[in-house]
Structures are given as C-alpha cells and as structure tokens.
Write a protein that binds this ligand. Structure first.
Ligand code: ATP
Length: 423
C-alpha cells in the first residue's frame, strides 16, 4: 500500500524506518520529512496543516493510509476532515478525531475526562479571567509547590511550577489577565503537586481494544542532572526499569482500561496512539497528561523495540481488529541520545554540515531537525539527531550510543552525557 506520514522529526524518521520494514508498504511519502526520511522514503513539500494540499496529494498518488506524527494536525481535525469528505472517507487516518485530540489540546478537557473515569490524577480546579480571584483563593488552600497549567497547546512551555504563593498568584494573573500564553491561557488549570518519578506509557488503540506498547522515560531538561531549561527531550530509554510488572498491572487496570472505556462511553472516535504521561508516587501511578500521538524522543526507543509489523498493526487499528493481532516486543533495552544545536532551546544557528553519519556502526541515527543541502545533511532545527542503540540493559545501550556519538560532528553540537542517570 501507499502510505503518507505527516511530520518532520525524529519521531517520524523512526516511524518511517519501521513502516518500511513491512512487506505491506509499497511507497512511503513523508510530508515534509527531513534529511533522514529523504534517504529511505519520498519527502514531499506539503505542510501537515495544509489539509487541502494533503487531499490533492492523497488522491493523485492513490495513498491508502495516512499516519499522523505530530499533534497539531490532529487537534485541527485532520481525522474528521478525511471522514467527512466523500472522496477521502475510505482512506484511514491513524490518529484520533478532533474530539479525541482534545485530551491533549485542552488540559481542562483531559482533567474532566480523568475525574469522570475515576483515573488517578492530581486534584485540580480551573479558572478564567472572570474567576481569577477565586483562583488566587484556591492557591491559598494548596501547599507549595504550586502547579499552574495553561489550558491550551503552548509548545511545552505552558506549565509553571512555583514555590512561592505570591508569585504563583501573580503568574496566575499574568496568564489569565495578561494573556501570557495568548489564547492557550484563557483558562488555567491549577493542580496539586505530585512528588514522584515520571515515565511514559504508550497505547495503540482502535477505539475498541488496545495494545500497551513498551514504556519509556525521557529527559526533558537541557542540562546534566535534568537541570536548566525545558526542551523537546534530550534522550530516552525503554523499558523503564522501575516500571515492573506489578506497577504496569496497576497502570493497565487503573489507567489504560478506564481510558479506553471512557473514550467508548463518550463516543469518541479514536484510532491511534495514546501517550500517557505518568508519575509514580510511592508504588502508584497518577496521570500527569495525555498526548494524542507518540512522544519524541520516546518513539526513537519504543518503535525500535517493536518486533511486530507496524503497518499490519495500523491496518488492524483502521479495521478495529487490533484484538486479533499479537504485539511482540524485543526484550532488549533501547536508549537514545539527542544531539542538539548549541544554544538550544534558546537561540541557535542552523545549516551546519553533519559529518560522520556513514561511520556509525551498531546504532541507528534518526534525523530530527535536518535538511538536505547538496550532498550534505545539515542541521535545520534545535534537536538535530537521535542516536539509538540496543543493549542487554539500558546502560549497555546508552554506552553504545555515546561511542557512536564520538564519530558524529556538526559545529556547536551539544548533548547530555548523563541520559539514564537516575535509573
Ligand atoms: P510537555 O508538552 O512538555 O509534555 P505539557 O506542557 O503538556 O508538557 P504537562 O506534561 O502537564 O504539560 O506538565 C509538564 C511537566 O510539569 C511534567 O512533565 C511534570 O514534570 C510537571 N508537572 C505537571 N503536573 C504536575 C503535578 N501535578 N505535580 C508535579 N509535577 C507536575
């Protein structure tokens, strides 16, 4: 079949790499893709948000399936766009409907969904400009640290965790009245702080049944010891050693099953990935957030561990026959380390030539922010490459990635040397 994958990051390179291993995949198009996907698939210069251009392309090229990498097209309703168009309705889109995508698009929607379905999560309330004073009063009933979350998508920057009450009240005003995050902060969720260790659980669902994919832990901060500014993610490992069978059984019973049942109860069309951000408090899982697509860089460790045919799984998702498939997972660990542009996540330069790609042995280099320039791959974003390796445990996998990173270079390349330090 002909498949169109939307997106341009390391996540999409990993999804493309895996789909191309399937005998069911004839031609893979990636819109817009990067220098990595260009070497294995056909990049096309279309924005994942230009639904009309996607429609024309899909019809011209007889595309049989669309796989959506990032959240934006989902939150903007690409699933519904296909479903409601007579010419496109028969072409499956792997991803949730716009209604389902609200689990990521609106933190208040997600919190309501969690509470309604009795899924463990931090206690919360939400406020608007009109109720800002009630919000300040609510903060007084909580203990530090205070967690303020802009309701809408804010590129991972919309969550503030503050130690001081007065500062938290001021920031609440800045968000609601001062529109600190624009439209995204017209509503703010205030929630109880949960003290624990974070991990991510990934689920593939056809809207009726589900498969729990391998767990992963990512490292969000720019600096060693997980200090400094937040990034899109500096590395990841899978599986997560502290998510043992007993814990994962709790996750499945208390979180995954009620999540899928909640979608069914609310008639939410959902055929795609659910990314559940968890925090382990003591021995118990609590949900921090839902995302409606795979994580990046978690995809670069989760997908390489799948032994099942990903295209076959996607077809089963589209036909709601996931319960008839078997998910097989490589028992080895996988780790990835992100190579980023110096200065990221603040200002950084692009267009730096990447060398050493052909010297790498025993790791997979997934491209993130790269593009093709003549015969070279050059940096084109903050996060540039994800170097993934397997090992008998995460330490061996990480070591392999660092050995290969020594062979790679671009001007002002930076990476963390402590991925997995807290496991
Ligand atoms: P991202 O896009 O970076 O995943 P986000 O902006 O969607 O994040 P959340 O995942 O809800 O927002 O929160 C960001 C981070 O803030 C979490 O990864 C976690 O470290 C911290 N956090 C959020 N809620 C809580 C909480 N209730 N208690 C403790 N820490 C929290």
């Amino acid at each position: 079949m002909n498949i169109l994958l939307l997106g341009s990051g390391g996540r999409e390179h990993a999804l493309a790499w895996k789909m191309l291993q399937s005998p069911l995949c004839n031609t893979l198009f990636v819109a817009p893709g990067n220098a990595g996907t260009a070497t294995i698939a056909q990049n096309i210069n279309i924005s994942p948000l230009d639904f009309e251009a996607i429609k024309s392309f899909v019809l011209e090229q007889a595309v049989n399936m669309v796989v959506v990498g990032p959240e934006d097209p989902l939150v903007k309703g690409i699933y519904d766009f296909f479903k409601n168009d007579a010419a496109l309705a028969a072409i499956p889109v792997i991803g949730p409907s716009q209604h389902g995508a609200e689990l990521e698009g609106s933190k208040e929607f997600a919190k309501k969904f969690l509470v309604k379905n009795n899924i463990p999560t931090a206690a919360y309330d939400s406020f608007t400009k009109e109720t800002v004073e009630q919000g300040c009063a609510f903060l007084e009933t909580l203990q530090a640290p205070y967690v303020l979350k802009a309701d809408g998508l804010a590129a991972g920057k919309g969550v503030l965790i503050l130690q001081d009450l007065a500062e938290a009240q001021q920031e609440l005003r800045n968000m609601l009245v001062g529109e600190k995050f624009g439209q995204a902060s017209t509503k703010v969720v205030i929630e109880e702080f949960l003290d624990g260790i974070e991990l991510s659980c990934f689920v593939l669902t056809d809207g009726k049944s589900y498969k729990v994919l391998p767990t992963a832990k990512d490292y969000k901060r720019i600096g060693e010891g997980d200090k400094g500014l937040n990034t899109g993610g500096m590395g990841a490992v899978s599986p997560v050693p502290f998510a043992d069978d007993a814990f994962m059984q709790k996750v499945e019973e208390r979180v995954v099953k009620p999540t899928i049942q909640g979608l069914i109860n609310d008639n939410i069309d959902y055929k795609g990935f659910v990314f559940i951000g968890l925090i382990k408090v003591g021995d118990d899982p609590f949900v921090i957030e839902y995302n409606v697509r795979m994580g990046d860089p978690e995809t670069e460790v989760v997908i390489p561990r799948l032994q099942s045919d990903l295209v076959e799984l996607f077809i089963a998702v589209a036909n709601q026959k996931l319960d008839e498939t078997v998910l097989s997972v490589n028992p080895k660990s996988a780790a990835t380390v992100m190579l980023v542009s110096g200065g990221y996540p603040e200002d950084y330069e692009k267009g730096k030539v990447i060398t050493g790609l052909n010297k790498v042995e025993g790791s997979i280099v997934f491209h993130a922010g790269t593009s093709v320039s003549g015969d070279d791959a050059v940096s084109a974003g903050g996060r540039v490459l994800a170097v993934t390796s397997y090992g008998h445990d995460y330490k061996e996998a990480i070591k392999k990635s660092y050995q290969n990173i020594a062979l790679l270079h671009f001007d002002k390349m930076y990476f963390r040397t402590d991925i997995g330090f807290d496991l």
